[in-house]
Design a protein around this ligand. Sequence first.
Ligand code: F0G
Length: 457
Amino acid sequence: VRHPAEPWRIKSVEPIRPTSADERRGALAAAGYNVGLLPAELVYIDLYTDSGTGAMSDRQWAAVMLGDESYSGSRSFYRLEAAVREYYGYEHVIPAHQGRAAENILSRCLIRPGHHIPGNMYFTTTREHQELNGGTFHDIIVDEAHDPEADLPFKGNVDLTKLERLIDKVGAGQIPYVSLAATVNMAGGQPISLANLAEVRELTRRHGIPVILDAARTVENAWFIKQREPGWAERTVSEILRETCALTDGATMSAKKDSFANIGGWLAVRDSHLAEQARNLVVVYEGLHTYGGMAGRDLAAVAQGIEESVREDSIRTRVQQVAYLAERIAEAGVPIVRPVGGHAVFLDAAAFLPGVPREQFPAQTLTCALYLDAGIRATERGAVSAGRDPVTGENRYPRLELVRLTIPRRAYTQSHMDFVADSVIRLYAQREDLRSGLEFTYEPETLRFFQSRFQPL
Ligand code: F0G
């Protein structure tokens, strides 16, 4: 894979500093072997997330200066509303300060105790809100999505038999909506195809079940459709994005991803009754329905970011930078999830560290090793992220035990990617030395991966 030349140049820089091995050892122990608890200043290359960590453009910063801070009816809100309507195609737009805030509003509107919510693999915050409202999540993604080596173009697809079986079993009336992500974060940033989405649409239409999209990375999904799905190569990313949304009834959005914003999100729906309900709740949890927890300048930055996100050169550079890092790592034999997704390279930690048992959290252990080696911060996406089963209280052990090297948008250069690849390859060569993992010393009840602490075994 060639790293394409970026369609931008750097106008403003932020210094970052490499650390010494001693410094890192001390910092990691103080952070309870959870890289998420490290002070960011002690991280050299921060691949913890692609959420809110991208570089805003000069146009976005200009939009920030032009943001309208009126409490109600801000000009910046109308700009955002117009951008969502134009690029995503939903009529009613309700701002929320980030993705999970939109999920909270949506889940409270639609989910009642005893409901069942099918989805193409879980996402941490999304499932949390479904469960908090008394719902049960059901994974209806294709089996191959759970196999890191299954190299298929659309591993985010829904298995329609699984969906149909669930509808037969619990009844359509107990399914408030189907929750679809594009791309699927926890599967490795895998896309869903338009053909599959159309089939889901058709099945759910027959049963009167709405489809709600998690649109955080749907521009990346559109790029993969253009590359891989027959019949779409000649269409623009913008058209494919519209087409994707047209097959759904609404969306929750974390604007911190595709839209290059440091904060922001929205909920958008077609149904005016649901929109009214959501507006009433957003006032309780976020702020007035024309700012939803964001400053006017944030609304403006998101609106500008949406317009930039669908440009072909922009999305191409984004996805190919991820592919470049993946190829360098894979060339050295390091096990990664195939195919490479849109926002991150996922290391198969179970295969990387076969000597560390699942109960000792190989993915968490690998994030620690990566930090110690060169100050790189990655994310655990395995059993620690999966949490405990709310009924049995047992640890959930998903088949995928992954470490995510998440690439912030427009923030790091090719030499940074080379630096990361060198560190991963070096660690892989030393993997025999890593035979023991970690145990919890503190485990929060919800979304435990963010704040848990560990000790080495
Ligand atoms: N949906 C998906 C698919 C996500 O990846 C995220 C966040 C959210 C919803 C929630 O959005 O953070 O704005 O509240 N993902 C980040 C990550 C945190 O690192 O993957 P949020």
